[in-house]
Design a protein around this ligand. Structure first.
Ligand code: ATP
Ligand code: MG
Length: 563
C-alpha cells in the first residue's frame, strides 16, 4: 500500500507524529490488527486493517496480525485461515512472519495474574454470573463484595492454582481484579479476569481450563508484542481505564496505549458478526463468500479490488464520531478503480439475433477493438464479425418512443467498432415474439468511428453468433432495501428488509470469444452494461460464470429519488 497521500493528518496520525517528536519509544511505531477468529472479516474490519497496517507502513513501523483467540467455545480454525487470506489480500503483502496468537501468551498471562494475586490486587470469586449481575449495584450503590475479596493472597493463590488444575467446574469460580466496587465506571467494579471453560482450544488443546477475559488479555497481548499504539473502536473507550489499570499494576512490562476511533457503519448493510453468521446459517445467503455479503471474501468474489477498498478507507478517513457512511461511496471507489484497470469486452445478456441481409453468407472478418480507452498500453484485440450477430433484445423496439436512438425499422445505428447498420425489418414467431431483427450494413463505415457524412445517435454492442461463448451472469443488487436495516430503534427484524430481488441469474448470456481465456477473478467492463468478475468457484470450462460487480454509473440515487 503506497497510496498514502499528503492530505491532512487524522487524529491518530497527529498523536503518532507528536509521539515521534517527543522521541517516545525511540521513534518506534508498532500496531496490530487483533481479530477474534469467530467469523469472517467484513468491510468494517477492512477499515481497521487499512488504518493499522497503513500507519505502520507510513511511519516505517511494525505491524502484526494477532489472533485474539482467548475464547475456545466460539473459535474455529477455518476462521483463522480465512482471516489470514483476507488480511493479506487487503494489504497485498505476505504476512506469514507477522502472525501472532494470543494463546501463545497464556503462560505469561497466567504468571501476571499470580503477580496481581500476590500483590493483593486480584482474588477468587465464587459468585455465579447471575449473582454477579444482581450484586453489581447502581451508579449510587456500590457493588456487593464477594467473600474472596477478603481472603489472604496465599489463600487466593492456592485456589487459583487449583482452578487452573481443573478442580472446579465451569461457572463455579472466577478470578477478579480488586479495583473499586463503587466506581462510576462499571468496568472498574472488580472485573473478571479469568473464567473456567472446559473446551478444546484450536491451538492449546486441553492444556487450559481457565481462559482470560478480553479486557485482561488485550493490554497484555499488546505489551508482549511491544505495540506502541493499540487502536480499537469507540465502544472500548470506557474500557481504557481498565486497560491502563492492568498495565500500571504489573511490574517491568512494556507499556502500550489505547486509542479509539469510530467504527465503520455502511448504509444498506449489516455488519454484526452475529447477523452475518445468521445469514449464512439460515441459508439466506449461500455462504460467507456470497457476493451479496459485506465480507471481504464476498466483495472479492463480487469483483471488488483491494486497491478500491483501500481507496475507500482512505476517503472515509478516521474520526472519533460514529456515523453511517453511504454505501455509494464504496461503490464509487470500486467503479473508479475498475474504470481505470478493467479490460473492455462485449457481452450480450438478453440476446436476440440480428441478421445483416447484405453481408456475404460465409464470411467472417476480424474487427479491431480497444481494450481500455483509459490505458493505451492495454492495446487492442480482434473480434470476429459475420452475417448473424447477437444484440440485446432491448436495443430493438418495434414501436419506439420519441427519444429512442437504438434500432427500430428505418433507423441507423453504429455497431460498436464495426459498421453502421440500418434496420430493415424483423420476424416474429406464431406467438408474436420477435425472433430476429434484420438490417443492412454500409461497408464503407468499417471501424464504426464517426462519419462526417452522417451522424448516428446510437451505438450498440454485439457478439458474433458463430463464435459466441455461453455464460451464466449473476446480477446483484443491494442485499437490503432499507438504508439502516438494523436500526436499534426499529422493532422489525433486520431480515424483513432483505431484498427479494438481490440476485438475478441469466443462464444463457452470449460473450465475445476472447472471454473464454478469462482468468479466475479477472474483472472486465462489459461495454454499456457494467463491471463483471469471473467467478472463481462456480465457473466451469464449458460455462464461465460472471458476477456483476458494480454498474457503470450510479443509477441507484436516481431510482431512489423517483420512488
Ligand atoms: P465481535 O465483537 O462480535 O467479536 P468484532 O467485529 O469486534 O466482533 P473482532 O474480531 O474483535 O470482531 O474485531 C477485530 C478488530 O476489528 C477490532 O480491533 C475491532 O475494533 C475492529 N472492527 C470491528 N468492526 C469494525 C468496524 N465496523 N469498523 C472498524 N473497525 C472494526
Ligand atoms: Mg470484538
Amino acid at each position: 500500500m503506497s497510496e498514502n497521500s499528503e492530505t491532512r493528518l487524522n487524529f491518530i496520525e497527529q498523536i503518532i507524529e507528536h509521539d515521534l517528536k517527543e522521541g517516545k519509544n525511540n521513534g518506534r511505531i508498532a500496531t496490530r490488527f487483533p481479530p477474534e477468529p469467530n467469523g469472517f472479516l467484513h468491510i468494517g474490519h477492512a477499515k481497521s486493517i487499512c488504518l493499522n497496517y497503513g500507519l505502520a507502513k507510513k511511519y516505517g513501523g511494525e505491524f502484526v496480525l494477532r489472533f485474539d483467540d482467548t475464547n475456545p467455545s466460539k473459535e474455529e480454525t477455518q476462521y483463522v485461515e480465512s482471516i489470514i487470506e483476507d488480511v493479506q489480500w487487503i494489504t497485498g503483502e505476505d504476512l506469514s512472519n507477522q502472525i501472532r496468537y494470543a494463546s501463545d501468551y497464556f503462560d505469561q498471562m497466567y504468571s501476571w495474574a499470580e503477580e496481581l494475586i500476590k500483590k493483593n490486587k486480584a482474588y477468587i470469586c465464587n459468585q455465579t454470573p447471575d449473582e454477579m449481575r444482581d450484586n453489581r449495584g447502581t451508579p449510587s450503590i456500590p457493588m456487593r463484595p464477594s467473600e474472596g475479596r477478603e481472603f489472604s493472597p496465599d489463600k487466593n493463590l492456592d485456589i487459583f492454582r487449583r482452578m487452573k488444575a481443573g478442580e472446579f467446574n465451569e461457572g463455579e469460580l472466577t478470578l477478579r481484579a480488586k479495583i473499586d466496587l463503587a466506581s462510576p465506571n462499571f468496568n472498574l467494579r472488580d472485573p473478571v479476569m479469568y473464567r473456567i471453560i472446559k473446551a478444546n482450544h484450536h491451538r492449546t488443546g486441553n492444556k487450559w481450563c481457565i481462559y482470560p477475559m478480553y479486557d485482561w488479555a488485550h493490554g497484555l497481548e499488546d505489551s508482549i508484542e511491544h505495540i506502541t499504539h493499540s487502536i480499537c473502536t469507540l465502544e472500548f473507550e470506557h474500557h481504557r481505564p481498565l486497560y491502563d489499570w492492568f498495565l500500571d499494576n504489573l511490574d517491568n512490562i512494556w507499556r502500550p496505549y489505547q486509542y479509539e476511533f469510530a467504527r465503520l457503519n455502511l448504509t444498506y448493510t449489516v455488519m454484526s458478526k452475529r447477523k452475518l453468521l445468521e445469514l449464512v446459517k439460515s441459508g439466506l445467503t449461500t455462504g460467507w463468500n456470497d457476493p451479496l455479503m459485506p465480507t471481504i471474501c464476498g466483495f472479492r468474489r463480487r469483483g471488488y479490488t483491494p486497491e478500491a477498498i483501500r481507496a475507500f478507507c482512505r476517503e472515509i478517513g478516521v474520526a472519533k464520531m460514529n456515523s453511517n457512511i453511504d454505501v455509494i461511496k464504496l461503490e464509487n471507489a470500486i467503479r473508479e478503480n475498475l474504470n481505470k484497470h478493467a479490460l473492455r469486452r462485449m457481452g450480450v445478456l438478453h440476446p436476440i439475433k440480428l441478421l445483416i441481409e447484405n453481408y456475404p453468407d460465409n464470411q467472417t472478418e476480424q474487427i479491431e477493438a480497444i481494450n481500455n480507452p483509459e490505458n493505451e498500453t492495454d492495446g487492442t484485440r480482434m473480434i470476429p464479425f459475420s452475417k448473424t450477430l447477437y444484440i440485446e433484445n432491448d436495443d430493438f423496439m418495434e414501436n419506439p418512443p420519441k427519444k429512442y436512438f437504438r434500432l427500430s425499422v428505418g433507423r441507423e445505428v453504429r455497431l460498436r467498432y464495426a459498421y453502421y447498420v440500418t434496420c430493415t425489418g424483423f420476424d416474429k414467431d406464431t406467438n408474436g415474439n420477435i425472433t430476429q431483427v434484420r438490417c443492412t450494413y454500409d461497408p464503407t463505415t468499417r471501424g464504426g468511428t464517426s462519419d462526417d457524412r452522417r451522424k448516428v445517435q446510437g451505438t450498440i454492442h454485439w457478439v458474433d453468433v458463430n463464435n459466441a461463448i455461453n455464460a451464466e451472469i449473476r446480477l446483484y443488487e443491494r442485499l437490503f432495501l432499507k438504508e439502516n436495516p438494523d436500526d436499534p430503534q426499529d422493532p422489525t427484524d433486520y431480515k424483513a428488509y432483505l431484498n427479494p430481488h438481490a440476485i438475478e441469474i441469466i443462464h444463457d448470456a452470449k460473450l465475445e470469444p476472447s472471454l473464454s481465456n478469462a482468468a479466475p477473478e479477472q474483472r472486465f467492463q462489459f461495454e454499456r452494461i457494467g463491471y463483471f468478475c469471473k467467478d472463481n468457484i462456480d465457473s466451469t470450462p464449458d460455462k464461465p460464470v460472471f458476477n456483476h460487480t458494480v454498474s457503470l454509473r450510479d443509477s441507484w440515487a436516481k431510482i431512489e429519488k423517483k420512488n
